[in-house]
Design a protein around this ligand. Structure first.
Ligand SMILES: NC(=O)c1ccc[n+]([C@@H]2O[C@H](COP(=O)([O-])OP(=O)(O)OC[C@H]3O[C@@H](n4cnc5c(N)ncnc54)[C@H](OP(=O)(O)O)[C@@H]3O)[C@@H](O)[C@H]2O)c1
Length: 224
């Protein structure tokens, strides 16, 4: 029997990405855990986890191919992009230009670069899932740059989906399916969220991802 194609988790060093990668692997899905810095030994020792180290998103395809070849695994059959994050800081008018540019780069441009680099690795109909947060839907004082980039990220996914469906000859098969998974509350255990009104467990996020990964007819935007 052929080995299943792994799920590529980008941002596997992050709070959510690390839990998603480990949770998917614990559920029996092989996972390519991609990060810009080496992941801890205990993480990559988990069965089903294949580490991918790449300091630049644009260099990820080569790193993914090399990691798959070394592990004897097929190329990924799905991408989960868990890039960015949340923090509270100064009001938007006081955010300095370098901080604004850094948030644009990490929370929005990195997603476009990841999609550009990784969609060509996928096959027709494979899922590409972008994680987003509550700030994308709700203006949050002190997190203005993250609210703006989160809203932009939601639109980015919509445009990618629209363009993937256009000018596609029937013989090319179905396009890559772009989904947005919006985590509407703090993920439990993340101490950066002070006194959250509600939380979601990493297991709930992993379960929602499983639904998107397994069901081609899943909604394009899902909230958890
Ligand atoms: N944590 C929560 O409670 C929570 C709640 C709701 C939604 N979410 C959503 O979950 C997603 C991930 O958030 P998180 O809390 O896990 O954030 P995080 O802990 O700050 O992790 C962010 C990840 O993105 C990576 N990253 C940042 N800039 C990058 C770039 N330019 N190129 C490549 N990778 C880059 C980081 O890599 P490095 O480690 O190398 O910096 C890290 O792996 C976001 O969409 C967020 O909105 C999180």
């Amino acid at each position: 029997m052929n080995s299943p194609r792994p799920v590529l988790v980008v941002g596997a060093s992050g709070f959510v990405g690390s839990r998603v990668a480990r949770g998917l692997a614990a559920g029996g899905r092989p996972v390519l855990a991609a990060a810009r810095r080496p992941l801890p030994e205990w993480f990559i020792a988990q069965p089903g986890v294949i580490p991918v180290l790449s300091t630049e998103v644009t260099a990820l395809p080569g790193a993914v191919r090399a990691a798959c070849a070394q592990a004897g695994a097929p190329l990924p059959g799905a991408v989960v992009a868990s890039i960015g994050g949340w923090h509270k800081g100064a009001p938007l008018l006081d955010v300095d230009a370098s901080e604004w540019s850094a948030t644009l780069a990490s929370h929005l441009t990195a997603h476009l670069e990841a999609a550009r680099a990784l969609v060509p690795l996928l096959e027709p109909g494979d899922p590409y899932i972008v994680l987003n947060g509550a700030a994308s839907r709700e203006a949050m004082a002190g997190s203005g740059a993250i609210s703006v980039t989160g809203a932009g990220l939601a639109m980015l996914v919509q445009v990618l989906r629209l363009e993937s469906r256009q000018a596609r000859p029937p013989e090319a098969g179905p396009p890559v399916r772009f989904h947005e998974l919006v985590i509407d509350h703090a993920v439990s255990g993340d101490d950066r969220n002070e006194d959250p009104a509600q939380t979601r467990t990493p297991a709930q996020v992993v379960s929602a991802l499983g639904e998107l990964l397994d069901h081609p007819g899943a909604p394009v935007v899902v909230h958890v």
